[in-house]
Write a protein that binds this ligand. Sequence first.
Ligand SMILES: [Zn+2]
Length: 138
Amino acid sequence: MSGIRGRDTGPERLIRSALHRLGFRFRLHPADVPGRPDLILPRYNAALFVHGCFWHGHDCSLFRLPGTHREFWRTKIRRNIERDAEVARLLAQLGWRQLTIWECAFRGPDSIGIEEAVRRTARWITSRRGRGEIRGRT
Ligand SMILES: [Zn+2]
């Protein structure tokens, strides 16, 4: 439920193949981990999500409520945000470190570029840091 228009999106695939080239090994969309993260790296206790800024209600320039059916969208996105918070809580309880890679990191006017996003992702994975995020410039 975290992809941008479904699961196997371009940026997610790019990040995945770059991490693979760097020697990281992972599993995709594991059904037995809360929220079915886009990637998990069991060796690092790391769960990664690539989040679409619209669907997940990100506080950034890519998020804007559509002009019509605003109440519908507001409710839907609020539920997604609540679900994300619940997933984060469960993951933390189970000892997973969680990284959210936001769409605005590699798309739109505030993008930092896919290569920089991958660099930061790799750094976070090998760090001992807990919850982290990679996003466009703020
Ligand atoms: Zn965003």
